[in-house]
Ligand binder design. Sequence first.
Ligand code: NAP
Ligand code: MG
Length: 485
Amino acid sequence: MKVQSIKKFELFIDGEWRASGSGETIESINPATLEVVARIPRGNAEDVDAAVAAARQAFESTEWREMLPAKRGRILLRMAELIREKKEEILELERADTAQPRWLLEGGVELAARYFEYYGGVADKIQGESIPLRADYLDYTIREPLGVTAHVVPWNYPLQIASRSVAPAIAAGNTVVVKPAEDTSLSALKLAEIATEAGLPNGVINVVTGYGNEAGQALVSHKDVDHITFTGSTGTGTHIMKCAADNIASVTLELGGKSPQVVFSDADLDEAAQIIVRSITQNAGQTCVAGSRLVVQKSIQNEFIQRVSEAMEKLTFYTPSSEDYDVSPVISEKQINRIEEYMEIAIQEGGTIITGGKRKEKGTLLFEPTLINDLPVDSRLIQEEIFGPVLVVQTFETIDEALELANGTEYGLAAGIYTSDVNKAHWLATRIRSGFVFINNYGTPEGGVEMPFGGMGKSGFGRERGLEALKHYTQVKNIALKIKK
Ligand code: NAP
Ligand code: MG
């Protein structure tokens, strides 16, 4: 599967396609076929300098600063249209990089379009307030853009995560430099092409591909970057926050999770099992909000575990001849090795593997959906994000125990509660430490662009999506005018 549709895999800086200064490239591998599908530039610090300079110049330009907010919005709305029109081209790129099934890729493209549509609609509604003081004062606030924003994007949902932060940043009048993950850079380059076609001025969006510790590092420690939005691991997020501190740049950190799925005995068990299995196996478990801990009431433990393991065993795997399957390959050998290491740890810690626990076939990156019971509460498998299709079981008798288990990790990204008792659901929802709580569902079919999203604890801070995200891409200025007669 070679990628045909994008002509140049080059850096996108100041409205132009360019080779990296070093001239070096990185091979991008399809995780299903293990073939090289593309070569992307290995951007370096010089390339990042050029991209940040272009973004700064565009930010200061009259064309961008004084553009009618409604016009800015129309460009974003046009981007949404173009994303939908070019769905098949984008799908091809994203499939080459991620080997995700069609249903997931289609959802991702539509979600990307929705981000541009949603924030295109709010570009001319970012308003300040007037504040009553003494009669001879007029006091008001305006919301100004921050300046140059950096977007460090992971490999699990490349296009939609890039769109999630780029769309509100541009809607609010900032300029952006995107550093996609080295494994999955193609769709971000396509996004830059689409932005230009939609009429975004040169320099407002720039994309520098390359390694995290080279291009990424140069970007997050750049003196002229005002804000960094990062999605990825807690370790890299911690490092990026330290780099940002040197320049007093603000950060939005969307880090990992170990999101509990709390199932009470009075829940619709068939429905809950289906939702939970989907959540932990979608994209081979490489989802920040993956429901990776099953916290189940003891009285239904055996019955529910059976339902979940049966559902897992029925799932279909990637095959070269099918576009629609449940379980995709893991992104890289490095990631599948990590999952395999966790399986060894599970055995050492006394865990019982109920189903799965190994690669489907040697020489592939397919990992079997896995359910593990009997782990101690301080087990690394219970405490750490695995980023694979691995669900660990914890059991409770009372709602207080359920809460303690749900809150029993350093993370706090999302939680699912399954019960037919609205009182229990609400009691727990207001006490669980997580940015997102779903009751009798997990994720919305349309993707939830309107819902504020982000973590508590080591899952990060700042909120993406919804109107809330705009607060992170604007700063408030207060203006006080003394009135004389
Ligand atoms: P990662 O290190 O957090 O990488 C995420 C992004 O940060 C990539 O674009 C990466 O670039 C970049 N990066 C890495 N080091 C950087 C640095 N010093 N400065 C600036 N940018 C840098 O994640 P990973 O190593 O790919 O995956 C490891 C684990 O992270 C996973 O197993 C999972 O637990 C977690 N993870 C979570 C999410 C999430 O959505 N919450 C997403 C991805 C990974 P390159 O890829 O080009 O090096
Ligand atoms: Mg790849």
